[in-house]
Write a protein that binds this ligand. Structure first.
Ligand code: ADP
Ligand code: MG
Length: 459
């Protein structure tokens, strides 16, 4: 028998995380309303709705060599691709992954950008004397996954560093100008054709393979979404409307908030103790950085109210972020009859031993409650965007594809299945037949090169 106190904790969790269709429809409607407010004026919503200045997405016809730099993920990468048109597509692809020396992450801007430019210079030396460049210049897409105030397709000022980076003299500066200066110093002759973020890159990589892709979503350590908007539907957009009539919007939906979100005491405590209290609330409910931590907090509460996990002083269980999302994914997918993997994870992470099968089942249920809420909210966010652009609504016959990248979506099967079934639940059987979800990897590498190609000066 699982102790009554523990059962009560789980029942309360289930209740507080509940996200039935009616509630998710409210979330989708709130997302749509916030999107409109953010498009109306700068600062009009908690979601920034950043104009990316990407007004052309790749068509598949692109040809030539293109480069990309990817800064802001786990590793820094340089990519060189040869695009060979509709039939042959990506004919060649070479990439180099380098880890940024830690001292450069908190040094000064010229050192960091110097390091990046020298990595790029090496790639050019390696490619040797290639006659393809005789009449054509090199072009580069730069994926920079930090908050940027974009000022044109190839310029933007850094708002703040996140993750492990903190280089004071770069804040407020145009990151492309810094890159260009460093490239000149290293003798790299290349045009920076686009500055993008990874979500926009995912949208582009998705579109390259499927012309019906209209939304790109990241569900990894963090979460964000980008989509194709009609340029005339962006009141805050100043200047001439692009010829294509389209504009990619980077929603920055991680900062979405609405009173209809199902938020628990665990989420509140996690937020208060976080590096950015009050910010990124949607992201804290759905992304891979936090799901394991939410589960840990629930387990700690159970340990404080029952003896299910033993009577010891649970030092490990009190350690923040010790339980990672891949751990809860492994427990959630445990198909052994005695839930051996759950037992192992509890022992390895928390030194909790000798749990009963009942207790292990309860742990799996907690993972399920937290992850289902996450996947259902992510689906509601996607539905909000689809409704904003008039997709999958009565009368719309078009096929709409959502390109999704990120370790949470890629590796956590229960999460992915729940997201997909929730889309059907919210859109209805009929409408959901025209909506597809596609795992789209490497938006931050290939996507940036493709956007450089789509915005090439020489094609
Ligand atoms: P990033 O978001 O840092 O660019 P990824 O897109 O690869 O990197 O996502 C990594 C994140 O995906 C991890 O932080 C983790 O939260 C999640 N993740 C990775 N592997 C798994 C897994 N097996 N199960 C669940 N989540 C995973
Ligand atoms: Mg990434």
């Amino acid at each position: 028998m699982v102790a009554a106190a523990a059962e009560r904790v789980v029942a309360e969790l289930r209740e507080a995380c509940a996200a039935p269709a009616a509630r998710l429809n409210e979330v989708a409607a709130a997302m749509e309303a916030e999107m409109r407010a953010g498009l109306r004026e700068e600062g009009g919503s908690k979601i920034k709705m950043i104009i990316s200045y990407v007004d052309n997405l790749p068509t598949g016809n692109e040809e030539g060599f293109f480069y990309s730099l990817d800064l802001g993920g786990t590793n820094f990468r340089v990519l060189r691709v040869q695009l060979a048109g509709k039939e042959k597509r990506v004919a060649k692809r070479e990439s180099k992954e380098v880890s940024i020396p830690p001292h450069l992450m908190s040094g000064n801007a010229s050192e960091l950008f110097g390091f990046i430019a020298s990595a790029l210079a090496k790639v050019i030396v390696d490619e040797g004397r290639n006659d393809v460049f005789e009449d054509k210049h090199r072009e580069l897409g730069f994926t920079f996954s930090f908050p940027v105030r974009q000022t044109s397709i190839a310029s933007g000022t850094l708002i703040k560093w996140t993750k492990a980076f903190s280089i004071d003299d770069a804040v407020g500066e145009d990151v492309v100008a810094e890159l260009r200066t460093a490239m000149e110093k290293h003798g790299v002759d290349m045009r920076v054709a686009a500055l993008i973020n990874d979500t926009v890159g995912t949208l582009a990589a998705g579109r390259y393979n499927d012309e019906d892709v209209v939304i790109g979503v990241i569900l990894g350590t963090g979460s964000n979404a980008a989509y194709v908007e009609e340029a005339s539907a962006i009141p805050k957009f100043e200047g001439e409307l692009p010829k294509s009539g389209n504009m990619v919007i980077n929603t920055e939906w991680g900062n979405f908030y609405s009173s209809c979100l199902p938020i628990t005491e665990y989420d509140q405590a996690l937020d208060e103790e976080s590096l950015n209290p009050g910010e990124q609330i949607f992201e804290k409910l759905i992304s891979g950085m936090y799901l394991g931590e939410i589960v840990r907090r629930v387990l700690l509460k159970i340990a404080s109210q029952s003896t299910l996990f033993g009577k010891v002083n649970h030092t490990k269980l009190k350690t923040r972020f010790i339980l990672r999302t891949p751990d809860i994914s492994a427990m959630h997918h445990d198909e052994t009859p005695d839930l051996r993997i759950v037992a192992e994870k509890l022992a390895d992470n928390f030194k909790i031993k000798d749990t009963s099968l009942e207790t292990r089942k309860m742990v799996v249920e907690i993972c399920d409650v937290v992850t289902s809420r996450s996947a259902r909210l992510a689906a509601a966010g996607i539905v909000g965007i689809l409704r904003k652009i008039g997709r999958a609504v009565p009368g719309d016959e078009r096929r709409s594809v959502v390109a999704i990248d990120g370790g949470l979506f890629e590796h956590y099967t229960e999460f992915r299945q729940c997201l997909e079934s929730t889309l059907v639940e919210l859109l209805g059987e009929e409408a959901s037949r025209s909506v597809a979800v596609k795992l789209t990897k490497d938006g931050s590498g290939l996507g940036a090169a493709l956007i450089a190609a789509a915005h090439s000066q020489y094609q």
